[in-house]
Design a protein around this ligand. Structure first.
Ligand SMILES: [Zn+2]
Length: 461
């Protein structure tokens, strides 16, 4: 599989074809925010559906929740976010821009071929010393004159309360995970779930990052797909490995090639964690985290037990053992997965007539539109619209009668529509249509009544 080298090609295609737009664009945009357009929202929804199918629908012991974004502030005390969810920031004294110290070091090391340094294990003082000793420069102005490194909390805060003097600070959640943890008892009780069981959630999270984002790779508002699997302590390692495998399977099932994926163990483990790794994807800007898998021990539930005063003990109905379950967390950023899928799907192909076609080879089950209905000529549009209406009942379908048939095929290729159904004069005379395959560009002639069956057998996954 060839790797896409140029992220700009994706950014431009996304803007032009309605996948993703800059947030608040008519006002000059807003840094690190992006809006999904008509094509992008379909792609993203299909990815979320595929994830939910694998981690909830097809799992015997997993249950979904959709928790509130705004949570009791005590949640963030218990999770440790209030005290220590921060990035090491420093300001350039010369140009007044703000930077992440760890990122500057990583960039510097990358440029100088230094590969084995564990930057995320360095203290603030060590980082500062390293920056000064190596005269690492401000990416904006080129000077090396920074303030000392300060920890900058990444949670967005807001206020609730109707009067000025009655305001409590609350936070937009920086991760969805706590919504699963605080509902552990509710889910267990209402479903009568027995350990081991899982809780899944897809939802928005917010982080006040100042780092430039590489398009939708790092944004201040993003969507996470998270699954917590609660188990006995002695089974932790087994399920950790199982979820590593499952995470890999999911990544390849949405079309990412195994050559562009790798496991990466964390250099620095949180004190409570027993194991942690990422799956990285080879983005145009290099290997970067796609998802994380963590064995978090009983830390999260124990902390909530401590801070809320509610017992998180699980009573095993067979052995009568009482314990706080351990948690295997699998967390994947939906937006960066969308980006990986876009990069993987993008291709420029030389055609026989010397032209180039841009084609998005999406896995059919995540393609935004499944089928396009195209009348060969305008005077066939009545019949074509009839077919289009029919297909809409079962498929996300689109209709296009503008321009030559070749141009219309190109447009569908660029948004990755797997099948084009062309209505021609044979449709009126013999009741047949031509179905063109996006990837092979081969065409099948089939009976009009068989379109649904033809598409179903090729699209479902
Ligand atoms: Zn500067």
């Amino acid at each position: 599989m060839k790797k896409l080298e140029n992220l700009d090609k994706i950014v431009n295609l996304c803007k032009n074809r309605g996948f993703i737009f800059q947030g608040s664009e008519i006002y000059g945009g807003m840094g690190n925010t992006w809006d999904y357009g008509p094509i992008g929202v379909e792609l993203k929804n299909n990815i979320k559906k595929a994830w939910w199918k694998m981690f909830v629908q097809q799992a015997d012991n997993s249950y979904g929740v959709d928790a509130a974004i705004l949570m009791n502030s005590r949640v963030w005390d218990a999770s440790g976010h209030t005290a220590s969810f921060s990035d090491p920031k420093m300001d350039c004294r010369n140009c007044k821009t703000r930077h992440r110290a760890d990122n500057l070091i990583e960039e510097y090391n990358k440029k100088h071929g230094i590969e084995d340094m564990k930057v995320d294990a360095m203290s603030k003082e060590e980082m500062y010393k390293y920056i000064v000793e190596n005269q690492i420069k401000c990416p904006n102005c080129g000077k090396c004159d920074f303030t000392e490194i300060k920890n900058f909390n990444l949670m967005f805060s807001t206020k609730r309360g109707v009067t000025e003097d009655n305001q409590d600070i609350i936070y937009l959640r920086p991760e969805t995970a706590q919504g699963e943890f605080v509902n552990f008892l509710n889910v267990q009780r209402s479903t009568r779930a027995k350990v081991p069981f899982g809780i899944a959630q897809i939802g928005k999270a917010f982080r006040n990052e100042i780092t430039p984002g590489n398009f939708i790779f790092r944004t201040i508002e993003f969507e996470q797909m998270e699954h917590q699997f609660f188990c006995k302590e002695e089974d932790g390692e087994k399920y950790y490995n199982e979820y590593k495998q499952k995470a890999w399977e999911f990544a390849t099932s949405v079309g990412l090639s195994a050559e562009h994926l790798r496991f990466k163990d964390h250099d620095k483990l949180a004190h409570y964690a027993k194991a942690a790794c990422d799956i990285q994807y080879l983005f145009p800007m290099g290997w970067n985290e796609l998802n994380g898998i963590h064995n978090r021990s009983d830390w999260d539930l124990s902390r909530h037990q401590e801070f809320s005063g509610k017992s998180m003990l699980y009573l095993d109905p067979i052995t009568n053992e009482k314990y706080v379950p351990n948690d295997i967390e699998y967390s994947i950023g939906c937006d960066r997965l969308v980006l990986a899928v876009l990069c993987e799907a993008y291709d420029e192909e030389e055609l026989e007539d010397g032209e180039t076609r841009v084609v998005m080879h999406f896995a059919p089950h995540i393609a935004p539109y499944k089928v396009a209905v195209l009348p060969l000529q305008k005077n066939l549009s009545e019949k074509a619209k009839e077919v289009y209406k029919r297909l809409q009942a079962n498929f996300m379908a689109t209709y296009d009668e503008a321009g030559s048939i070749g141009k219309r095929y190109r447009r569908e290729d660029e948004i990755g529509t797997p099948y084009c159904v062309t209505i021609d004069f044979d449709t009126l005379e013999k009741g047949t249509v031509t179905v063109r395959d996006r990837d092979t560009m081969k065409q099948d002639t089939i009976k009009i009544d068989e379109i649904e069956q033809y598409l179903f057998s090729r699209l479902t996954k």
